[in-house]
Design a protein around this ligand. Structure first.
Ligand SMILES: Cc1cc2nc3c(=O)[nH]c(=O)nc-3n(C[C@H](O)[C@H](O)[C@H](O)COP(=O)(O)O)c2cc1C
Length: 403
């Protein structure tokens, strides 16, 4: 996950619910992401957790009293409102939701919220019946209309012993959502298809031709484009990776299937062909398991459909087509040839002989266009994805296809 939270300032309001203690974990994780966190506790929150726990974690005072002369002198409530990049209320009680939705300002936190025009995010947590109560639903609807981002509670076992919706979203997911809210969405309005992972070409019902592609690089690119606002379809061969959230994922097996999906999605703006699609398939698949015979078997292979070439040369070609090449010799020459022969715009080339690429989290690639070659240092695959995304954003900006 690209960290868009670095150097951001977040004001965390903790309200008085059973999940209040989880905000401590949230603070710790935000700090790991280099976020500067300020904190307000409601009077009820202080009944669940002692401010001193927060103060020792933050290394400074927490706020809570609207009428405290010393607190107001140190940081006025108006300054607290304007100082942060976002205000997050985690966990957010039913009571607090009602007050926020109605513009009530009877404590420090609610005054700060009213006085702030920054991004507001809440993560409600409460008993299921409370969450399903019409009053709470109406209040959440009002907050949604006011552009407050609501991180909806999950279904699960609640502190009161019941099972139902009302459990605070997992802290890790909360961080991911907040991070996404901060992502620069320069690619919003654009659509992208990214292929990833290996193809599998069946030989007989139990055997196949494939390769060692792990899918990591393609998944990172798909996530990065999504984080920058593009609507992404990830067309993926078999991998053991977690499915990225919030993007369309289509699982395929062989080259024909990769092609069928990629072509059916046209028109789209960006095509990134990261998948390692087999150059060959057996000329004729065996319908039954091949039996041992005479020590040898001749498999006749024929060239597979070339997905990158087909998409590059189609009439309604995406505005930007990016291919990947994995070579063991002559990396730059072979990759340049590939670029011209197929008609794609860029090639990301990696040498799979001199470095372990398959399954590794690291990659050292060269970035090749029609008239230049850039040698990039070895970096994590998510960093490669970030760098490619930056190039994509610049391409669309330069060609005035986005603002
Ligand atoms: C033990 C206990 C647990 C509570 N847990 C929750 C909760 O999870 N969610 C909620 O909305 N209210 C919960 N409440 C009720 C709130 O504490 C109460 O509405 C309070 O006024 C909230 O104040 P605040 O919104 O200013 O923090 C709980 C109350 C008690 C006594």
């Amino acid at each position: 996950m690209t960290n868009f939270l670095e150097n951001k300032r977040i004001l965390l309001i903790v309200t008085g619910g059973i999940a209040s203690y989880k905000s401590l974990d949230l603070i710790r994780r935000l700090q790991e992401k280099k976020v500067k966190v300020d904190c307000i506790l409601t009077e009820s929150a202080k009944k669940f957790i002692n401010p001193i726990t927060f103060e020792s974690l933050l290394g400074r005072k927490v706020y809570s009293n609207l009428f405290s002369l010393s607190q107001e002198k140190e940081m006025s409530h108006i300054k607290l409102a304007s100082n942060s990049d976002a205000i997050v209320v985690i966990p957010c009680t039913a009571n607090f939701i009602a007050k926020m939705a109605n513009g009530i300002a009877d404590d420090l936190s609610l005054n700060v919220l009213l006085a702030s025009n920054k991004i507001k995010i809440i993560a409600p947590a409460m008993n299921t019946n409370m969450f399903n109560n019409e009053a709470v639903k109406l209040n959440l609807k009002s907050l949604n209309k006011m552009n407050v981002k609501i991180l909806s509670p999950k279904k699960g076992k609640l502190a009161c012993g019941t099972v139902g919706t009302g459990k605070l979203m997992e802290i890790e997911e909360i961080i991911e959502k907040i991070n996404n809210i901060f992502s620069p969405r320069e690619l919003s309005g654009l659509t992208a298809v990214v292929t990833a992972g290996p193809s599998i070409e069946m030989i007989d019902p139990v055997r196949y031709l494939s390769n060692f592609s792990s899918g990591i690089q393609g998944y990172e690119i798909a996530k990065s484009l999504h984080n920058h606002g593009a609507k992404v379809t990830l067309v993926t061969g078999k991998t053991s990776l977690d499915e990225p959230k919030d993007l369309e994922i289509i699982k395929v097996t062989d080259a024909e299937e990769f092609y069928k999906i990629c072509v059916s999605k046209l028109p789209y703006d960006i095509f990134v062909s990261t998948a390692a699609i087999s150059d060959w398939k057996v000329k004729k698949k065996f319908s039954n398991k091949i039996k041992k015979n005479n020590n040898e078997i001749n498999l006749v292979l024929r060239e597979n459909i070339d997905v990158l070439k087909k998409i590059s040369q189609t009439k309604n070609k995406p505005k930007l087509v990016i291919g990947f090449s994995a070579e063991t010799t002559n990396l730059i020459n072979f990759s340049k040839n590939k670029l011209f022969k197929k008609g794609c715009d860029w090639i990301i080339a990696n040498n799979v002989k001199t470095q372990l690429v398959f399954g590794s989290n690291y990659n050292q690639v060269s970035f090749i266009t029609k008239n230049k070659v850039e040698y990039w240092r070895k970096m994590k695959k998510y960093e490669v994805a970030k760098k490619i995304t930056k190039k994509i954003v610049n391409f669309f900006k330069k060609n005035k296809l986005i603002l």
